[in-house]
Write a protein that binds this ligand. Structure first.
Ligand code: PLP
Length: 258
């Protein structure tokens, strides 16, 4: 039987540590066929991002349209968007897919340093995707930029994930891994908070957010409840991060097969 298809709309990291190349590996390892629409191309290695080029929005749309004309997607993930113009196209694609699982991983700044989204797009972000996804997965820095809340305490985590839900009408899994103290990811599903604690990983691993959001999408598409999908994807990510290796001289990379 043909495998079901998951689509990622994200950027290209030629070192395959993050972006569409990583998303596709996660989709395939969890039993799906992966397809990818590129929003952008980066020039980077494990140490630094040298240059970022956003693809023209009409070309992002063309890549999507020709796929959508032929294939039907069971789930969709948004990663690096790159430009305000591409955010408009992403909004159009989300609206064209009202009935499937959709996970949005806001990617604003690479862990290696540079911005991966035009700064003007940050303030429009939640409004553009309002009500159009199953889950948002910001990290601490992205959640701060989206809400204006400086996140230090557990109460700040709650306030930020609730505010993201109020402003977007999309449940929010706020990844708290970079906070001092216990490593807690906090889900606000619109009604309740669910907290997921995991041990600290001391390594700096490239692409961990891409990995987590792709795994959540796969589990949700398998029919798992939001809390179960988040919990299992957080566990899988933790296992993958534990086994991550140094491929070059910079950040660690996730190893496949897992
Ligand atoms: N997606 C793409 C295409 C990237 O190039 C990057 C980082 O450079 C990321 C996502 C995020 O990666 P990281 O987890 O290292 O911040």
């Amino acid at each position: 039987m043909a495998k079901r298809i998951l689509l990622t709309l994200a950027g290209y990291d030629p070192s395959a540590g993050a972006g569409v190349l990583l998303d596709l590996k996660v989709f395939e390892s969890l039993g799906f066929r992966g397809m990818a629409v590129l929003t952008s191309i980066t020039a980077q290695n494990s140490r630094s991002v040298q240059e970022v080029r956003c693809l023209p929005p009409d070309f992002v749309w063309t890549q999507y349209q020709i796929l959508a004309r032929e294939f039907s997607f069971s789930g969709l993930k948004v990663g690096m968007i790159c430009s305000s113009a591409n955010l408009e196209i992403i909004q159009k694609i989300l609206k064209a897919n009202p009935n499937i699982v959709k996970v949005i991983d806001p990617i604003f700044i690479a862990s290696a340093g540079p911005w991966l989204l035009e700064k003007e797009a940050v303030s429009a972000f939640l409004e553009k995707i309002e009500g159009q996804a199953t889950l948002l997965t910001p990290n601490l820095e992205e959640a701060s930029l989206l809400t204006g809340i400086k996140i230090k305490s557990q109460e700040d985590l709650k306030a930020a994930s609730r505010k993201i839900f109020i402003d977007s009408h999309v449940p929010c899994l706020l990844k708290g891994g970079h906070r001092q103290g216990p490593k807690i990811d906090l889900l606000f599903d619109g009604q309740k908070f669910h907290s997921f604690q995991h041990p600290e990983i001391k390594k700096k691993v490239h692409g961990s957010g891409c990995f987590l959001s792709s795994a959540i999408l796969a589990y949700l598409t398998q029919g798992k409840k939001l809390t179960v999908a988040c919990s299992q994807a957080i566990d899988l990510t933790h296992q993958a991060l534990k086994k991550a290796v140094k491929v070059g001289k910079g950040q660690h990379y996730i190893n496949f097969p897992l």
